[in-house]
Design a protein around this ligand. Structure first.
Ligand code: MGD
Ligand code: MGD
Ligand code: SF4
Ligand code: MO
Length: 745
């Protein structure tokens, strides 16, 4: 008998399918699940370590209240009623602009997003700060302008490409693509395919790449502008594609005329011939690109994304097979919020809009510390640890101490939980129903109804239940008719009909559907999350339905129910949809259906990238001669999710990586403690000398400095980053370019 239970890894966005053995309510063995259609048995070292996530003695088991600096256990009733009362008071006194939701939707806890955002919208607040707005919103803003919606993600069609460009992406360690190491090695070894890494250092991905373009950190905009100008000078652009599918090309052409690509490439510390040959490949091969934090978190972040969009378009690679294609999804992980829409809430003090409906964590400290009457005063955090994850921990510590109310929902006693007035214990990714909304495949769309595999050992609740109780206590849920509750206990079909009748007669109830589902179907299913997932599938948009019927589900009124049941019957996950490969362009949502490349607000920024201006800007100061790449996503890190250091036993972790040449100049030896100083702060850290760092650049991994059993494990790199060091459009942090100095202690 197969007594392995099917689940998934909750440590990164790949959510690989796993099989686990459970003994005495403990996960004791983990394997990749070959039946999972997306990961097909693949699991990385992190995934095999999930018992360290699930079982450790910093797990939260009871609601906690901070009284005189100490946490005391309280009942759920007390926690919910006190929090609701304080929220109501804050709302009455200072209004909804003083409220913010933070996080809400982690790597393995996606469904809570539906509940948390519904709660805050109904309280009147549009402030939702989220990790997406500290990595991806500049990129998504570009997609929004080019393709018409910030929700349209043009991902690489890596399975059908001839050449994959890894631009500021280290997939060998970070994945960001199903079975990344396997696929990257396959591409690199294939006689007719190419893997190109554009990365300052010899990253694990650059090491196996066929071509490594080792540009100087922070020179991506110079390189991209050079590539465009070479292609246009040589007249290599795909004019037929441009004529048919692109709007605005003629208006931007002149922005690249007369650009001194030769000198720019020299400033990037690259060989002109290598870049020229790359341009030839870009205009002759069928290629796609995977851009990531190396450019999103580097100088000119949003501009980098814009310039690479232009390169893709002039090479005819957007929305074509093997190129960058608009992925399908069940529900997008973010929304669309155009900053030109007057309804878009800008932050009061720093004046940043919501992009993808998310506000940038970088500005939250200023929004709290401001003296504006509507400054932020109430923050509810879930599935996020701003005190370690977001730039400038010192600024966050100061700001969070000024809040009237800080509530943290987490599975563990995080650094943020420790500063909170109330801490609410959530069921973990293995104790709750959940799913993945991350779409990383094309043309197939993946889905999994992930079942709980262990029981919570304490009073933990699913986050969906916690938010429902809060909404109820705040009076946001209307009294529900008995008939609805009865129908929920009968069957889903009867319930669906009853719910439609109820909403038909009470249209306002639409605003709180997740809570209504939670209080009815959720009770019957013993999971608010599962009830919400049912609702999401049954009301999915037309494009989803088309994709689903292409994947073999029966179109028509029973489609949603058929899919939901299929999900319950296939806990390993399944292909829920299949995109229309030939007509990817049809998904574009601009007014004329074309890809737009002329954004007036990018004109000055694009033109400002000159050899002269960049030479000046890139000149290191005497005070800070090196560049810190603050926070790589390496094998020994899983954001801040893995708290028990036991999972890394025997590994060398949380060091400062430095190139041998720099170490020699500075007279430093491997293993010694060094002092690193930046604008934001200073820290002592163990030195690791490695060819994996480029000369002039040092690296510290992300996700350390967690406090576990009275000990601080490694160094929190965000004591070294400044929240004001950020992109001008998206306010995303420039973590990959932090000027610093390193010296012996
Ligand atoms: N093992 C592991 N995997 C993870 C995570 C984790 O914590 N651990 N977290 C997940 C998350 S949330 C994310 S967002 C992803 C991030 O995934 P990645 O973006 O792949 O992560 P990074 O480690 O930042 O790698 C970016 C690469 O950019 C390079 N780089 C640095 N500066 C520059 C520059 O100026 N220009 C260019 N072109 N490149 C530069 C770096 O050398 C590095 O190799 O990883 C995910 N996967
Ligand atoms: N300097 C620097 N900082 C960085 C980065 C960097 O490159 N450099 N990378 C950034 C990136 S890309 C990201 S995405 C962010 C991520 O930063 P965060 O948004 O903070 O997310 P995580 O670290 O993934 O998870 C945070 C919390 O979720 C909790 N958690 C785990 N499972 C559950 C659950 O089921 N329910 C609930 N309620 N909580 C749960 C964990 O215990 C943890 O406390 O970090 C960013 N921080
Ligand atoms: S950490 Fe990511 S790549 Fe590794 S097993 Fe988990 S989901 Fe898969
Ligand atoms: Mo991330």
């Amino acid at each position: 008998m197969d007594d392995w239970l099917k689940t998934a890894c909750v440590l990164c966005a790949q959510n690989c399918g796993l099989k686990v053995r459970v003994e005495g309510n403990k996960i004791v063995k983990v394997r990749g699940d070959k039946d999972n259609p997306r990961s097909v048995g693949y699991v990385c070292r992190k995934g095999t370590k999930i018992p360290y996530y699930q079982h450790h003695n910093q797990r939260l088991t009871h609601p906690l209240k901070r009284v005189n600096g100490e946490f005391i256990e309280i009942s759920w009733d007390q926690a919910i009623s006190e929090i609701a009362e304080k929220m109501q008071k804050g709302l009455d006194q200072y209004g909804p602009r003083s409220f913010a939701l933070m996080g809400c939707g982690g790597q393995g806890s996606h469904t809570e997003g539906a509940f948390g955002t519904t709660l805050f919208r109904n309280l009147g607040s549009h402030y939702h700060y989220n990790a997406v707005a500290q990595e991806l919103t500049g990129f998504f803003w570009v997609n929004g302008r080019s393709l018409g919606r910030q929700t349209l993600l043009p991902g690489p069609d890596e399975d059908h490409t001839e050449m994959l460009l890894a631009i500021g992406w280290n997939g060998m360690e970070s994945h960001q693509m199903p079975q990344a190491p396997k696929k990257l090695k396959h591409l690199a070894k294939h006689p007719d395919k190419l893997l190109v890494a554009i990365d300052p250092r010899l990253s694990e991905t650059a090491r196996i790449a066929n071509i490594h373009v080792p540009l100087k950190p922070g020179t991506d905009a110079l390189l991209a502008k050079s590539v465009i100008s070479i292609i246009l000078d040589e007249n290599w652009q795909k004019q037929d594609y441009i004529n048919a599918y692109v709007n605005g090309f003629d208006q931007i052409k002149s922005w690249f005329e007369g650009f001194n690509a030769r000198e720019a490439i020299e400033l990037c510390e690259l060989e002109y011939d290598q870049v020229y040959n790359l341009c030839k490949l870009l205009t002759t091969k069928k290629w796609c690109m995977h851009t990531d934090l190396g450019i999103y978190m580097s100088r000119h972040s949003t501009l980098n994304s814009y310039l690479w969009m232009i390169i893709s378009v002039i090479c005819g690679r957007m929305c074509v097979p093997g190129g960058n294609v608009i992925f399908g999804s069940v529900a997008p992980i973010m929304g669309h919020s155009d900053e030109r829409d007057p309804k878009n809430w800008r932050t009061i003090t720093t004046d940043f809009p919501a992009l993808c409906k998310f506000h940038p964590p970088n500005v939250m400290p200023e929004e709290i510390l401001s003296d504006h009457p509507e400054r932020l005063r109430t923050v509810l955090v879930s599935s996020s640890n701003p005190l370690r994850s977001y730039a400038d921990t010192s600024a966050y510590e100061e700001a969070f101490s000024k809040l009237d109310l800080l509530v943290t929902i987490d599975v563990a006693m995080s650094e943020t939980a420790r500063l909170s007035h109330y801490v609410l214990p959530a069921k973990s990714g293995y104790e709750s129903w959940d799913t993945t909304f991350f779409s990383w495949t094309f043309p197939e769309v993946y889905f999994q109804l992930r079942k709980p595999v262990v029981e919570a050992e304490g009073e933990q609740l699913e986050a969906g239940e916690i938010f429902t109780r809060l909404a109820d206590a705040l009076g946001l849920i209307p009294e529900l008719p008995e008939s609805l509750i009865v129908a929920a206990g009968q069957n889903r079909e009867a319930f669906g009909l009853e719910l439609m009748n109820y909403i038909g007669a009470n249209p306002k109830a639409m605003k709180v559907v997740p809570f209504i589902l939670g209080k009815t179907l959720g009770k019957a299913m013993n999971s608010n999350n599962l009830a919400a997932l049912w609702g999401i599938i049954l009301t999915a948009p037309k494009i989803f339905q088309e994709n689903a019927s292409r994947a073999g589900f029966t179109p028509g009124p029973t489609l949603g129910e058929e899919i939901f049941q299929h999900g319950l019957d296939h806990p390993e996950g399944f292909w829920i949809g299949k995109c229309d490969v030939e007509n990817n362009m049809d998904l574009i949502k601009t007014d004329d259906g074309k890809i737009h490349v002329h954004f007036p607000e990018m004109e000055d920024w694009t033109k400002s990238i000159t050899v002269e201006s960049e030479r000046l800007a890139l000149k290191a100061s005497e005070e800070y001669p090196l560049v810190l790449s603050a926070g790589n996503h390496v094998k020994t890190v899983a954001n801040t999710i893995m708290r028990d250091p036991g999972w890394n036993e025997g590994k060398r972790v949380s060091t400062l990586a430095m190139n041998p040449a720099d170490a020699e100049t500075l007279g430093l030896a491997d293993g010694q403690t060094v002092l690193i100083t930046t604008e934001a702060g200073r820290a002592e850290v163990e030195l690791e000398i490695t060819e994996g760092a480029r000369a002039g650049q040092v690296l510290i991994p992300h996700g350390f400095g967690l406090d576990f059993q009275g000990k601080r494990i490694g160094i929190n790199v965000n004591y070294l980053t400044k929240n004001t060091h950020r992109d001008s459009i998206a306010a995303t942090p420039l973590h990959r370019y932090v000027p610093c100095r390193v010296e012996a202690v």
